[in-house]
Write a new protein. Structure first.
Length: 137
């Protein structure tokens, strides 16, 4: 059990050391770690999303369609790709299985994207939806 706790701390540290913020343990039990964290967009990513949306959207700039169909999905793709790469690195480095979800971005708050990830022993039969239901998340 002590080794698992040490690995859990290493996973938390790895998330924090790789530009993910607000890393918070939601649940920690033998062989399973559930963590919330945020991917924060940098200025270049926000500018790229704006430029893409301006180029692709024929509707009003910064209108509902602009946000919902172009800007927010673009940012979500960046966050999922970047956080997914970090989670995959953790899986390889610490020899654990992982599953994660990202929450939808909202027009009022798009500076960061929130995730929940579960890390568990290799070969475990765990479904993130079941764990989130159990934790009322």
């Amino acid at each position: 059990m002590e080794g698992l706790l040490l690995d859990f701390q290493k996973i938390i540290d790895y998330l924090s050391d790789n530009s993910l913020s607000s890393v918070e343990i939601v649940d920690n039990k033998e062989g399973q770690l559930v963590v919330k964290f945020c991917y924060n967009f940098d200025e270049d990513e926000l500018k790229a999303a704006t430029a893409y949306s301006n180029d692709e959207c024929e509707d009003e700039k910064e209108g509902e369609n602009w946000y919902e169909e172009f800007f927010l999905p673009y940012l979500n793709d960046i966050a999922v790709d970047s956080a997914g790469d970090i989670i995959e690195e953790i899986s390889d480095k610490f020899n654990v299985d992982t599953q994660y979800i990202s929450y939808d971005l909202e027009e009022e708050d798009y500076k960061s994207n929130e995730f929940v990830a579960i890390f568990f022993n290799k070969g475990g039969n765990i479904e993130i939806e079941d764990v989130l239901d159990e934790l009322n998340i």
